[in-house]
Design a protein around this ligand. Sequence first.
Ligand code: SAM
Length: 214
Amino acid sequence: MRLRHIKGAEEEIANSPFVVQDPAAFKGRWCELFGNSNPVHIEIGMGKGRFIMELAGQNPGINYIGIERYSSVLLRGLQKRAGLTLPNIYFIRLDALELSEVFGENEVERIYLNFSDPWPKDRHAKRRLTSERFLAVYDKILQQDGQIEFKTDNRDLFEYSLESIPAAGWQVSWMTFDLHRSEVAASNVMTEYEIKFASEGHPICKLTAMRGMK
Ligand code: SAM
């Protein structure tokens, strides 16, 4: 998702109490920002943020951080955030490649990747958020027993991920090609893209990945 540049977006983000302006300053001590030592879950490429805000409301015992690289998209999330009273969620404007500058080793318990850009051309494969390059970044910040949860409607990206994840030394611990007709459908929280694609009749794929056995 890349919305047209919105005038004043950077300024609004810079003045928002919901955006962590200098996230690297919290590396290794995110618990101080939240004022507790609850687990930290992050969503990379949160878009307009429906999913992560819904989870934050459902799970007050978990600290959530939504990450989005484009200001114009993050701004939409902030507009939605403004009407909510949630002490357990903040946002960061960041490219996921820089995650290890912002989170310390073992600092993140779960990473959500939802409807990540598919980058269909082979020469762009390393930009996919489930590529070896990004898995190496997640390896630096995720707890040893931490999980990655990945949803997409894009069958090619999903099948690529079913190969790239084990190839990088991780294991796929659970998967479905049709999440909305699976045993976990009732507890599934939908993203903006998921609502759109599901309404068009696209099946939604999901996998959960963990580090492989050493
Ligand atoms: N997760 C949302 C959903 O399911 O509705 C948005 C999906 S949208 C297709 C993908 C989002 O990921 C875009 O907003 C894009 O800017 C963001 N994104 C892509 N690559 C990223 C990266 N390397 N770091 C941070 N955000 C990224």
